[in-house]
Design a protein around this ligand. Structure first.
Ligand code: UDP
Length: 329
C-alpha cells in the first residue's frame, strides 16, 4: 500500500471497519469512512476522529450524492457495509436483502465512475448447506429453501459476488472478493447474535451460557487483526484482482466446546444450557453444521494463515470487556 493512498471504507464504524481504519492510518494512508450507524457504532471511531488523515460521513451507502463525493476522493474502496448477523437477518429480512443488494450495487457503480480498486467482503455463509468441508472457493453452493429466511443473506451475498465479478469482466473494474469466515475481536457486539462476544459476556456476568441446538455445530474463529493483515496484503497484489478468497482460521471447535473453553478460561460460575433453535431464532431454522475454510488460495498468493489462537482471541475479547481481570497474552 502506498503511504499516501486514499482509502474509503464503507461500514467503517463497524467492528471490522474501525479496526481496519486504525491500521491503515498507522500505515500512512488517508482513510475515509461512510457508515449509517445501523450496526456500526460511534464509539468505535473514538480513537480515529481527531486524526488529520481521517474523514467520515454518517450516511447510508445508498445516499448517491454522499457516496459519489466520498468515492471521488478515493483510490481504493473497501466495502464492508452490510446487514450482518444471523439474528438480524431472521428478524429483519427485508432490510437485509435490500441493504446488501442495493448497497453493493451503489458502491460498484460509484467505484466504476472513478475506476477505484475495490475490495468487496462477502461471507462464508454463501457455502450454505454444503457438506464438503473445508469449503473451497470453487465449490458448488447449496442453499436452503426460500421460506427459510436465513438463506436470504447467503443469496444476497452471492448476488453481490456475481455483480462484482461482472463489473470486473465486463467493465474492467479491478475487484477483489473476500469471503470472511467467523471473525472475532474487541468491539464486536453480541447484540446481533455473534456467539463469542455473547458467551464471553454471559461468562463474565455469571449468566447462563446459551448453546443453541445440540452444540455439535462447529466454527473456526479468526482474530480481526489477522483478517486485516489479509485484506491489506490482498490489496497490494495485482494477481488478486478478479478472484475470490476465503479468509478464516483453521482452528475448528464445536459450539459446546467453545462454551466450555470460555467458561474455564474466564473462571466463570456460569451454567451451560442448551436452547432449541426454534426458540433462539425461528421455527424451522436451519444452521450450518460445519464452517471450515480451505485457505490454500490466499496462502499460495500471499503466504497468509491465521496466526492467533482461539484462547488468545477469547482473552482479548474478555480484556476489552473487563480490563481489570483479563490480560491478553
Ligand atoms: N450460537 C449459540 N449461542 C448464542 C449465539 C450463537 O449457540 O448465543 C451458535 C449459532 O447457532 C451458530 C454458532 O453459534 O451455530 C455461530 O453463530 P454466529 O451467529 O456467531 O455465526 P454464524 O452462525 O454466522 O457462523
Amino acid at each position: 500500500m502506498k503511504s499516501n493512498e486514499r482509502i474509503l471504507i464503507t461500514g467503517g464504524a463497524g467492528f471490522i471497519g474501525s479496526h481496519l481504519a486504525g491500521s491503515l492510518l498507522e500505515d500512512g494512508a488517508s482513510v475515509a469512512i461512510i457508515d449509517n450507524l445501523a450496526t456500526g457504532r460511534w464509539e468505535n471511531l473514538a480513537g480515529l476522529i481527531d486524526h488529520p488523515r481521517f474523514h467520515f460521513a454518517i450516511a447510508d451507502i445508498r445516499d448517491a450524492v454522499v457516496l459519489d463525493r466520498m468515492v471521488s476522493n478515493a483510490d481504493t474502496v473497501i466495502h464492508l457495509a452490510a446487514a450482518v448477523g444471523v439474528q438480524l437477518i431472521v428478524e429483519d429480512p427485508v432490510h437485509t436483502i435490500e441493504t446488501n443488494i442495493m448497497g453493493t450495487e451503489a458502491v460498484l457503480k460509484a467505484a466504476l465512475r472513478y475506476r477505484c480498486k475495490t475490495l468487496i467482503t462477502t461471507t462464508s455463509e454463501v457455502y450454505g448447506k454444503g457438506i464438503r468441508t473445508p469449503f473451497s472457493e470453487e465449490d458448488d453452493v447449496v442453499l436452503g429453501a426460500t421460506d427459510k429466511s436465513r438463506w436470504s443473506y447467503a443469496a444476497t451475498k452471492m448476488v453481490d459476488e456475481f455483480l462484482a465479478l461482472a463489473y470486473h469482466h465486463q467493465y474492467g473494474l479491478p475487484v477483489i472478493l473476500v469471503r470472511l469466515f467467523n471473525t472475532v475481536g474487541p468491539r464486536q457486539t453480541g447484540q446481533y447474535g455473534m456467539v463469542v462476544p455473547r458467551f464471553v459476556k454471559q461468562a463474565l456476568n455469571n449468566d447462563e451460557i446459551t448453546v443453541y441446538g445440540d452444540g455439535e455445530q462447529s466454527r473456526c474463529f479468526c482474530d480481526v487483526q489477522d483478517v486485516i493483515v489479509a485484506l491489506k496484503a490482498l490489496l497490494d497484489r495485482e494477481e488478486a484482482i478478479g478472484t475470490v478468497f476465503n479468509v478464516g482460521s483453521q482452528e475448528e471447535i464445536t459450539i459446546r466446546g467453545l462454551a466450555e473453553r470460555i467458561q474455564l478460561l474466564l473462571g466463570s460460575d456460569s451454567k451451560i444450557v442448551t436452547v432449541p433453535y426454534s426458540d433462539a431464532y425461528a421455527p424451522g431454522f436451519e444452521d450450518m453444521v460445519r464452517r471450515v475454510p480451505n485457505t490454500a488460495r490466499i496462502e499460495k498468493l500471499i503466504g497468509w494463515r491465521a496466526e492467533t489462537k482461539l484462547t488468545d482471541i477469547i482473552l482479548r475479547v474478555a480484556h476489552s470487556l473487563d480490563e481489570t481481570r483479563f490480560h491478553p497474552r
